[in-house]
Design a protein around this ligand. Structure first.
Ligand code: ATP
Length: 581
């Protein structure tokens, strides 16, 4: 079984910043300037306390000149701080938003090129949540809290350094009360924060994924049994999510204990300061500096403590997003087609093995040649592995063993765009994007214009059908093509495939939802495709297979029959085991 990176509910929260570094790097200049201005802002704030201390000492000494200077400096500092605070905030928000934008774009790009198996293995709601919800939470953190976080941390450090310059003794007294208790509380918080916040985010993502499945599978769920069972599951997940949110709040509340510790530290500071002034060990101004700066100290610590929850949420979101980016990072994807790769060629699979699960193989040693221009029907009972084979033939899955090659080149060595130019799959369920029919047909590489679309519609004998559609080419297809019937979507899927003019066209039950008369007409038109287009048609409908000169039958993931239809000799190369079928 091919190794699939699986996303975990509780993201890896180690070294989050180091893992985020590649996304920060392009914006490091802007971020450095923003940080520099932020630090200058904090330094200006911290400088207020010594100036008030200077004013207090000048007042105590009757020094009017010193008092005037201190007041003038205070006014200048207040004005500078106002400007620095605003500029720093704007720069930091702008830098942070750029980083978030880079992450968002990368997530969308990675998901658009992620291997099909990765997308199939994860619930789309979960992927959506990581690629949009977590990014939105990060953007909100940047807008609302990042600046406060940086300013508070810088203020805390600068204040400690400044107070140490005034009186080691008073600082030690203050820290002896404040620090050990606060560290204990913080450690208590941190011990459970990762699991609590990760659990909350994971539980919310599960609810979101189930909700999005409710919307996509609502018809199936509307039977009374389906809905009851599903509602029960939704309730259980919801209860779990509420429990996880409560746990996160309880853990977050632990941080509030820091306010109590602050009060105790201030009382101790005033007692010790009064005693030291009484003994002339420190000046009155120094105690004033400690009281004023102490406020900064506690305020910034309180701010940090209050933001710890937000930081943890943002950190968890970032970690979940980074996990998604790591799991979907394009790995060694070829960027250039091998020199001389022809536009047309033989498709071949050699000893192909494939397993979805570790406990059982789906395809066993399939070897088949599809020479250029050949027409092959693939049949087999439900679950025999036809769709799996079609995805391997188109390079949407990588074989666990053996290889699929086009014109002698392993599909794994072809860049995605080159592969799609040559091999196109039309599945039973045709995907559409919102917009008009013309928009959907123009999605083909090269963006065909209306004239070319018109010619292809004519070629497939669909002119009348298209004209009967209200709005014709300009009809809105609705969300996921919901304004069209399943058969109409299939017809458009076929038109789109023919417009792509691939070397190999693989149809997996691509006409199953179309009425037999229209299907026969379309299939006849497909027979008339250019002679060098290889056609592989998977179908249960006998009339569809009857048109094929060669038939391959799968049974339990093994090649049972590979022979010209009706046992004739003109069905193309046969390399697999043959039987009478
Ligand atoms: N995404 C998947 N994850 C796990 N198992 C899968 C997946 N898709 C298919 N299978 C299993 O692989 C086997 C082959 O499935 P496949 O869809 O290839 O059969 P099929 O011949 O195309 O069937 P049908 O005629 O119903 O379309 C089945 O047993 C199926 O349960």
């Amino acid at each position: 079984m091919a190794e699939q990176p699986l996303l975990q509910d509780e993201a890896d929260q180690r070294a989050v910043l180091r893992r985020a570094a590649p996304y920060l790097r392009p914006h490091r200049g802007r971020l450095a300037v923003a940080l520099g201005v932020g630090l200058a802002d904090s330094a200006a704030l911290v400088a207020v306390a010594p100036l008030i201390g200077l004013a207090a000492d000048s007042l105590d000494d009757g020094d009017r000149g010193g008092l005037g200077l201190a007041v003038a400096l205070l006014v200048a500092l207040a004005a500078a701080q106002l400007v620095l605070a605003r500029v720093g905030e704007l720069l930091l928000i702008k830098g942070g938003e750029q980083v978030v934008r880079t992450l968002r774009e990368q997530a969308v790009e990675n998901l658009a090129t992620a291997p099909l198996r990765f997308l199939e293995t994860h619930r789309s709601g979960e992927l959506l949540r990581r690629a949009t919800g977590e990014v939105a939470a990060l953007a909100a953190f940047v807008r609302l809290h990042l600046r406060n976080m940086v300013a508070s941390a810088a203020t805390l450090v600068f204040t400690l350094v400044m107070l140490a310059g005034y009186s080691w003794l008073l600082l030690l007294v203050q820290l002896a009360v404040f620090l050990p208790l606060t560290l204990l509380v913080t450690r208590w918080f941190q011990r459970d924060a990762g699991a609590a916040f990760g659990g909350k985010a994971g539980a919310e993502a599960t609810v979101a994924a189930t909700f999005s499945e409710t919307l996509t599978a609502r018809e199936a769920l509307q039977t009374s049994r389906g809905l009851t069972g599903w509602t029960g599951r939704f309730e259980r997940e919801n209860t779990h999510a509420v429990g996880a949110a409560r746990r996160a709040v309880r853990v977050e509340n632990r941080i509030d204990l820091v306010s109590l510790i602050e009060g105790a530290a201030l009382v101790v500071l005033l007692l010790a300061g009064g005693w030291l002034v009484d003994r002339d060990s420190v000046s009155l101004g120094t105690v004033v500096v400690f009281v004023v700066a102490g406020r900064n100290l506690f305020d910034s610590f309180a701010e940090i403590s209050q933001l710890v929850g937000e930081v943890q949420t943002a950190r968890t979101g970032l970690a979940r997003l980074l996990d998604l980016l790591a799991a979907t990072r394009p790995q060694g994807a070829p960027t250039q087609a091998p020199a001389g790769l022809p536009a047309r060629g033989d498709l071949r699979c050699v000893d192909v093995e494939y397993a979805y699960r570790a406990d059982g193989r789906t395809l066993h040693g399939i070897s088949l040649d599809f020479p250029e221009g050949s027409r092959t029907g693939v049949v087999g009972e439900t679950g025999s592995g036809k769709t799996t084979l079609s995805k391997l033939l188109c390079g949407l899955y990588r074989p666990d063993g053996g290889a699929v090659t086009f014109a002698g080149t392993d599909l794994a060595d072809l860049p995605e765009a080159e592969l799609r130019r040559r091999i196109v799959l039309v599945p039973q369920e045709v995907r559409m994007v919102s917009g008009t029919i013309a928009d959907n047909l123009a999605l083909v590489q090269g963006g065909p214009d209306r004239a070319r679309i018109g010619r292809t519609v004519d070629q497939l004998g669909l002119r009348g059908w298209m004209e009967d559609l209200p709005g014709g080419l300009d009809a809105e297809v609705g969300q996921r093509g919901g304004n069209l019937s399943a058969g109409e979507r299939q017809i458009l899927g076929l038109v789109r495939a023919v417009l792509a003019d691939p070397a190999v066209l693989v149809l997996d039950e691509a006409t199953a939802d179309i009425d037999p008369v229209t299907a026969a007409r379309l299939e006849h038109a497909l027979d008339e495709l250019r002679a060098d287009c290889t056609l592989v048609v998977i179908a249960h409908r006998p009339a569809t297979i009857a048109r094929m000169p060669r038939v391959v039958r799968l049974d339990g993931g093994r090649l049972l029959v590979d022979e010209p239809a009706g046992g004739g000799p003109d069905g193309g190369t046969m390399t697999g085991p043959k039987s009478a079928g």
